[in-house]
Design a protein around this ligand. Structure first.
Ligand SMILES: [Zn+2]
Length: 178
């Protein structure tokens, strides 16, 4: 969640200092795409009254709710079982807030990394992400190269050892709360 130092941090909408007496609303780092309009709220805090005036306020709240439910449950999209350990999971933050985009349905998907090679939409996701980027709809947020890292993870060759599926290379978690 956004770090707020009351008496020092400023509200991104009115640019005034947020005090202990103010009712604040805070957002986690839940958006991976710097070009999405909802990125405005990513890891930020606002006076509640200022926030309520923003045209995307309801949309941002609804998406934050979906993010929080997904990160609390951590259900693998493939097995529908909870991911056992946080480091065993790959999480997709918000790619697009536009419901008309093909990628919208992938927002906040979670995978057990052992299952990712069995994901039947893997090729489709990679193609669609590449097209999305080619259409100039994507930019990684600073210091967080989701696009290349996540797609690279998905592209890692899978080596079969008998009945086991083993990733050829360690997959890094696709999401960091920091
Ligand atoms: Zn404000």
């Amino acid at each position: 969640m956004a770090l707020v130092i009351t008496g020092k941090s400023t509200c991104k909408i009115c640019n005034k200092v947020m005090t202990e007496d103010d009712t604040l609303i805070m957002f986690p780092p839940f958006v991976a795409n710097l070009k999405d309009p909802v990125y405005f709220f990513n890891d930020e805090a606002f006076h509640d009254a200022c926030f309520q005036t923003h045209p995307l306020a309801n949309r941002a709240l609804a998406l934050r709710e979906l993010f929080e439910a997904a990160t609390a449950n951590r259900l693998c999209h493939i097995s529908q079982k909870p991911v056992s350990a946080p480091e065993g999971g790959i999480f997709i933050p918000l790619i697009t807030s536009d419901e008309n985009e093909e990628l919208y349905k992938f927002d906040f998907m979670c995978f057990d990394r052992n299952n990712i090679s069995n994901w039947n939409e893997r090729e489709y996701f990679i193609e669609t992400m590449n097209r999305f980027k080619a259409e100039d709809k994507w930019r990684d947020r600073p210091g967080y190269e989701f696009f290349d890292r996540f797609l690279k993870n998905l592209n890692e060759p899978v080596i079969r050892f008998g009945s086991h599926l083993t990733q050829a290379k360690e997959i890094q978690p696709g999401f960091s709360s920091g």
